[in-house]
Design a binder for this molecule. Sequence first.
Ligand code: C5P
Length: 224
Amino acid sequence: MPPVPVLTIDGPSGAGKGTVSRLVAGRLGWHYLDSGALYRAVGVAASWADLDLSDPAALVHCTFDTDIRFQDDGGSLRVIVNGTDATDELRLETTGTLASAIAAIPEVRAALKERQRAFRREPGLVADGRDMGTVIFPDATTKVFLTASAEERARRRHNQLKEKGVSVTFDGLLREILSRDARDAQRAVAPLKPADDAVLLDTTGLSIDEVVDRVLALVPARAD
Ligand code: C5P
């Protein structure tokens, strides 16, 4: 039996990975792993439990103990953490920052490794994150690294939040994105970087549909 095909889509925050990965998974009829949601879910569970973020052992325990379920809600994904729907809290910038701090702890990453690999099921998987092609699925069939300028990423995020009625300043968002990128790229374990065999795709100035088409063109048709 050939291995289950995997398409990894890595890149910095705001490069459009989530939207593109979901659409590509839908077009291929494959499963979808939002690995960032796992780190965010652990962050939310840690904050609910009022854990000390400077205590790695407590955070590792929390990672093992946190029950995380994904529910398909007519195209969008709801994330249930320890039985509570945490979808809205998961999307907050503060949760992203919390996730990024927790994601720098090697034991937390190790604890999430097998959970992520379990998403690899027939007929295929689109895995979205920072280390999908480098660490979690090094044997992936196709690896893509999506980028966009920091200004473009902040602009997209700003528009998304405005649509949701959340008021944030563009400059604040840009600062937040730059500092999260720096932390993700500089951490000792699984830093954000393209796999050697990844295709780099700069999405600055491209529409979502154009990016989806370019990614789909990279996925080989299955012979079986
Ligand atoms: O992709 P998302 O913004 O939801 O990820 C939140 C944070 O989780 C990232 O800033 C990063 O620190 C961490 N993360 C990671 N490895 C992944 C996915 C996310 O370290 N595969």
